[in-house]
Design a protein around this ligand. Sequence first.
Ligand code: TYD
Length: 132
Amino acid sequence: TLKDIQSLKIPVVEDTRGNLAFIQNDVLPFEFKRVYYLFDVPSNSFRGSHSHINQSEVLIALSGSFEVVLNDGFEKKSFLLNKPNIGLYIPTGMWRELENFSSGAVCLVFASDIYNEDDYIRDFDQFLKSKI
Ligand code: TYD
């Protein structure tokens, strides 16, 4: 449910030469098997629009900003991601919409498993039915 959403603080080594953030497995609530990223996203574009049956993910706005609207089947909540040292943990079974991408935004995603289309629910009514 929405109560399981967490903001994760990514450790950063601050330096006048530029900051360095690092992610080791103990920072994330799961061991990741896949990393992917969204870039060159038009500002009027919507991404996501699905839930996962088993996979969980952590999203980071590496650059720029975007909004993540999460729906647990009962209520929804919007999160603004705009800091490269904050990760948004999305547990399994959450419908997500990504929108309002700023220019130059990069969304980095850590996923708990490799890509598997069978793990997706891409139909919202089917998602709602899976919650009953
Ligand atoms: P999609 O799930 O629509 O992206 P998003 O949820 O970020 O809006 O995926 C777009 C296409 O990319 C779709 O055909 C599946 C494919 N894809 C892969 O092949 N591997 C991956 O790791 C991901 C995330 C997607």
